[in-house]
Design a protein around this ligand. Structure first.
Ligand code: GUN
Length: 283
């Protein structure tokens, strides 16, 4: 029988720990602070930013919001980032993606100081991650590692198959799983015999962005299945990348959508903000 991994429970467990930690830091004069930049009026981005601010409030992290108009230029956004980079009261900077098309998003992500890059998107932090000494860790993949740890699932020696090679999830997931001594296969749209490869996995991570893409024939009996998808099914209902109803009975552990991986991403953003604040104060 499958165990359903409860992302909200694991989020609350981690946020409680961080709240105590922030209280102790405050007593020593350290005040972790996250600056969130949102450009334009994308409704989904607005929800994400509000959720990030709410998580800050829960943990005692100071949040600052910088809402810029839709027509903001790359230069204007870079000027704001420069200001925040040199503001000693700001521990972490996050620019909510996507940004409007006229903005050079690579230039923006590279301008955020690596020490304040709480998304772990800066090439320097991605490089550090790849050689196994990252301080900032990628939020969604690290949230998945924390979920596995909470459930007592050790990736060491296990076969891990990741479907989807995005810079935000798939690639950094492969790095964290490799660092945890799993044997990793990173699949993508050109992978031959995907169902066969996927069904070799002890731990299967789906991050393709296609509703119900992973079907029961792609899953080994007793596998751990992690669903990163946030999709809509044919009726417009929220669902994941995994066809949950048919896959769930085959698994030993599975994350639901919603209430699985989603809550962990913001939790790990809080973790990175605290790490950044401590590093900047050498504490
Ligand atoms: N948009 C969707 N997910 C993310 C994320 O993890 N970080 C940022 N900065 N923007 C996003």
């Amino acid at each position: 029988m499958a165990n359903i991994i409860d992302g909200k429970k694991i989020r609350d467990y981690n946020l409680d720990i961080m709240k105590k930690e922030v209280g102790e830091l405050n007593d020593r004069g350290i005040f972790p602070c996250l600056a969130v930049i949102i450009v334009g009026n994308d409704p989904a981005s607005r929800v994400y930013v509000n959720n990030k601010k709410a998580a800050c409030a829960k943990t005692g992290i100071i949040s600052r919001e910088y809402a810029l108009p839709e027509e903001t230029s790359t230069e204007e956004l870079l000027a704001l980032i420069d200001k925040l980079n040199s503001d000693d009261e700001v521990s972490g900077i996050l620019c909510q993606l996507p940004v409007p098309a006229q903005i050079d998003s690579d230039a923006v992500l590279e301008r955020i100081s690596p020490a304040k890059d709480v998304d772990c998107f800066h090439p320097e932090n991605v490089g550090r991650l790849s050689i196994g000494n990252g301080k900032m860790l990628p939020c969604t993949p690290n949230g998945i590692m924390k979920m596995l740890e909470y459930e007592g699932i050790d990736p060491e020696g296990k076969t891990c198959v990741i479907i989807g090679r995005s810079n935000i999830v798939g690639k950094p997931m492969a790095m964290l799983m490799t660092a945890a001594n799993a044997t990793v296969t990173l699949c993508h749209r050109k992978t031959a015999n995907l169902a066969q490869v996927a069904s070799s996995a002890d731990i299967l991570v789906a991050c393709v962005g296609k509703p119900k893409f992973v079907t029961a024939d792609m899953v080994k009996d007793g596998a751990v299945v992690i669903d990163v998808g946030m999709d809509r099914d044919e009726n417009g209902k929220l669902c994941g990348d995994v066809d949950y109803d048919s896959v769930m009975p085959k698994t030993s552990y599975i994350t639901p959508v919603p209430g699985g991986v989603g809550p962990m991403t913001i939790t790990m953003l809080m973790r990175n903000t605290i790490t950044a604040a401590k590093e900047q104060k050498n504490s």
